[in-house]
Write a new protein. Structure first.
Length: 94
C-alpha cells in the first residue's frame, strides 16, 4: 500500500517552489562539507554564478520528501523526488 502522506496534496512556499523549479530547469543543488563538518548549500545553475541556499530551506524540502541526497562526501547532490514533480505540477505559477 502506498504511503498515504505522498497521496495528499501539499502546499509549498514561494521560496521552495523557486528552488524546486530551478532544479527542474537544470540547476544542481549541492551541499559542500569541509573536513570539520561545516556544510554550505549551493545552487549551481547551468550558466552563471552559483549562489548560497539556506540550510533551513534545504531541510524544509528534505523533510517534505521533495528532495533527496546521494550522500556523497565532500559534496552531496540533491535530486527532485516524484513528490516534488507532483507539487510543481499542481502549484500555481507566480
Amino acid at each position: 500500500m502506498p504511503n498515504q502522506r505522498h497521496l495528499r496534496p501539499i502546499s509549498i512556499t514561494q521560496a521552495q517552489r523557486d528552488l524546486l523549479r530551478a532544479m527542474l530547469e537544470g540547476a544542481t543543488l549541492k551541499v559542500h562539507r569541509d573536513l570539520d563538518g561545516h556544510k554550505t548549500h549551493l545552487l549551481h545553475p547551468l550558466s552563471g554564478e552559483q549562489w548560497p541556499v539556506s540550510a533551513e530551506l534545504v531541510e524544509s524540502l528534505r523533510v517534505l520528501d521533495l528532495i533527496q541526497s546521494n550522500l556523497k562526501f565532500p559534496a552531496a547532490t540533491y535530486i527532485l523526488t516524484e513528490r516534488a514533480l507532483a507539487a510543481l505540477a499542481t502549484s500555481p505559477e507566480e
